[in-house]
Design a protein around this ligand. Structure first.
Ligand code: 16G
Ligand code: MG
Length: 518
């Protein structure tokens, strides 16, 4: 009874800021693989509600929870939010539905849902008055992020929680801060200084083991494209801790260009080209981050100025080789497995299975799926082809890891690239009325709805050599994504276009039919 009374009091007297965050009419959103993403103007009410949910989650887990305000590689005008768990993992799938229903709940419904959550989730109801629930907030460089982070903080304080807003941080830095807060220093000091210190000291210690050879990776100067996002200033901060052990030239550092516009990891991967304005030279190596620094891709040009991409598949190849090498040296019997998505290039899967003799798993897109599978393995290496790897995809630590592994294996980036030849591929997007009408199975490799689409895709695939194609609704954009690979670029382009046309015709395409890739 006492408990009941307290709950009522909490629900009735608080939420004093709720009226400032009404739900706009006609807007519903789903908490997807990357949390919520939408045009920033549609998000204040979602942010406020995620502040509330973060406190509820903190009550439930008894841990500090993170809320990151970012829309990663989306355009500057968008924004988004995702919650981070105690050890820096993603919000569990079982709570995603609470996030979805909170996001569009009007005040009355919100009170009901908060009460229901208190009732239904063991742990949330018991709260000693002295117990404070703490939320860490981070923001990317978008103009809207400050205001949206403030909306999160209003949600937190309305439920009696406390917060610390770290301001500008990369998404993985917030993961680190959350995990280090909850581990009471075991992971590292819970501050950005602690993060930089940990990374730079580990890098220096590992690099001290490498014996620089003439012509090895140490002599390839590195240029980093910061996507005009938060990764650029944060890399500059990290470099100040590295002293002379690493030198990186940073471009697209946000001083003049627009976030993710004609630069960044997504632009480079999708277009298989350098960021606009970058004059690449043979003998240098280049890498791109995305807008919140949780993706990393490398690239270079050869003598004939041909562009070559070292994507997430190739980075996981490097990691798998490096770990195999360490296991062999230490004579440890662990099995290394590789976890990929359907976007992994067919040649990479073949190389892992046939040359490195590793077990390969294919999972649906989204780090949470890959991470869960990797945890089941003795040693699980995972990267999405788009450059998103490891538990939080920290592009800064992945960059240090790549530099270190190349150096210790005495391998150059062109040598890594040459280990296997990617099949040419093409990605396209199609706008449809309702992308959720497309459903898939078999780790997104086959369509189950609408009827007839899968058979039609297969019929087109059979017209090409070494071909494969699949479609899936994007979790971050209102689009259906099409992927095709085949023996030649021409063939991959043609197949992708044919499949895009099928989606447009059979799945309720909007506007003009998709054009062939130019
Ligand atoms: C998010 C996911 C990333 C995935 C991408 C797919 C996390 C932390 N991030 O960025 O893993 O590759 O979405 O986007 O899970 P899409 O659904 O629009 O293709
Ligand atoms: Mg990102």
């Amino acid at each position: 009874m006492a408990m009941h009374t307290r709950r009522r009091v909490e629900m009735d007297t608080e939420l004093q800021n709720a009226n400032a965050y009404p739900v706009p009419s006609g807007i519903t959103m789903e908490y997807g693989t990357a949390g919520f993403r939408a045009p920033a103007c549609n998000l204040p009410h979602v942010m406020y509600r995620m502040g509330l949910l973060a406190v509820m989650r903190a009550r439930y887990t008894r841990e500090v929870i993170g809320v990151m305000v970012t829309a990663s590689h989306n355009p500057e005008e968008d924004n988004g939010v995702k919650l981070m768990e105690g050890m820096g993992e993603m919000l569990p799938v079982s709570w995603e539905r609470h996030a979805t229903s909170f996001a569009s709940a009007h005040l009355g419904e919100l009170r009901t849902q908060l009460s229901a959550l208190l009732r239904d989730c063991p742990g949330t109801e018991s709260s000693s008055p002295a117990q404070k629930y703490h939320v860490l907030i981070g923001e990317d460089t978008r103009a809207s992020s400050k205001m949206l982070a403030q909306a999160v903080s209003h949600g937190v304080t309305d439920l009696g929680g406390t917060f610390k807003n770290f301001g500008l941080v990369t998404t993985p830095q917030l993961h680190y801060l959350v995990a280090s807060h909850n581990s009471e220093g075991l992971i590292g000091e819970p501050s950005l200084d602690g993060y930089y210190h940990k990374l730079s000291e580990a890098y220096k210690a590992l690099m001290a083991q490498s014996k620089p050879q003439p012509g090895n990776e140490g002599s390839y100067p590195l240029t980093m494209d910061g996507a005009n996002g938060v990764g650029a200033p944060k890399m500059a901060e990290l470099l100040s801790y590295m002293k002379h052990s690493l030198s990186v030239k940073i471009i697209n550092n946000g001083e003049s260009g627009k976030l993710n516009h004609e630069c960044g990891a997504d632009y480079v991967k999708i277009g298989q080209r350098a960021p606009k304005g970058l004059q690449m030279r043979e003998g240098r190596i280049y890498c791109s981050l995305d807008g919140d620094a949780d993706r990393l891709l490398y690239y270079f040009v050869d003598k004939s100025d041909t562009f070559h991409l070292v994507d997430g598949d190739k980075i996981s190849t490097l990691m798998a080789i490096f770990i195999q090498h360490l296991l062999k040296e230490a004579q440890l019997p662990f099995q290394v497995s590789v976890v990929q998505t359907a976007y992994a290039n067919g040649s990479s899967t073949h190389y892992f299975e046939e040359t490195l003799l590793l077990q390969v798993y294919c999972l649906p897109t989204g780090v949470k799926y890959l991470h869960a599978k990797a945890k089941e393995c003795d040693i699980g290496v995972y990267f999405e082809a788009n450059g998103h790897g490891t538990a939080v995809g920290d592009a800064l630590s992945d960059l240090l890891a790549v530099q270190m592994m190349l150096s210790l294996l005495d391998l150059s980036l062109p040598q890594l690239y040459a280990l296997y030849t990617d099949l040419p591929s093409r990605q396209l997007k199609v706008k449809v009325m309702d992308r959720q009408r497309i459903t898939t199975t078999d780790a997104e490799r086959r369509v189950t709805h609408p009827d007839g689409l899968q058979a039609a895709i297969e019929e087109r695939v059979h017209r090409h050599l070494q071909a494969r194609a699949f479609v899936r609704p994007s979790g971050t954009e209102d689009m259906v994504r099409v992927y095709a690979e085949a023996e030649t670029q021409e063939s991959a382009d043609c197949l992708a276009h044919e499949v895009a046309l099928l989606v447009h015709r059979l799945a309720g395409g909007v506007g003009e039919e998709p054009r062939a890739p130019s």
